[in-house]
Write a protein that binds this ligand. Sequence first.
Ligand SMILES: [Fe+2]
Length: 268
Amino acid sequence: MPGENVTTLMLGDVVGEPGLAALERCLPGLIKRYGADFVTANGENASLFGMTAEDARRMLAVGVDVITSGNHIWEKRDFWPFMDGEQRILRPANYPPPASGRGFILVRKGERRFLVVNLQGREYMTPIDCPFRAFDKVLAEARAEAERDGEAPPCLVLLDFHAESTREKEALGFYVDGRASVFAGTHTHVQTADQKILPERTAYISDLGMTGVLDSIIGMDRDLCMERARKQIAYPLRVAEGTASVQGICVSLTKTGRALAIERFSVV
Ligand SMILES: [Fe+2]
């Protein structure tokens, strides 16, 4: 039935001022073009590295409903208390407690209730708690939270898995198949062309890509990154200058959270 389906946009890591500017320039048009009901974007590099309260305000003001993050969210110590007060910013749920902020949120928007979950990988990354067990725990906690509020269990479940290893991403993708509506990998800043719908109707992509300058090395100044790679000297990094693109996916879901279609985009 028309109007019964739900459309979500999930955007790749916003990198620096060019990324924020691209988000402000392109997101209203993307929401309109796709008729999006809900938007997430990963903000951990909005102010390389980490993000600020002002970055978060800009992202939320332009139409992002929930900001996800990853390993770099801890870079700016004075941002931690802000995360405690603004629940629409997530950090990976599998950081060992106590950690500032939260790893999932239930959001009501119109008639719909969305559960957004943020997790982080462990392969080639800091060995934090198990993301597989953390997903099970988050689902149980979200169900309990819904029950306390007299609501039905959440079925529109959007997962940002911030990870380096494609193998780990695919493993978690199949693990959550049928329980998450969308599995979106982040962190590498390089968009993958493997978007698909898994057997139990979870939409999947290994990496959303980046909201940043594509003529760069993962959003950063090419020359500096090349020098670092050639000389193995940790020169301070700098965000690339230029016009940024917005990369991500649009997923169409049934009202019960089953994926119908997934489309990848990269717009300037
Ligand atoms: Fe990251």
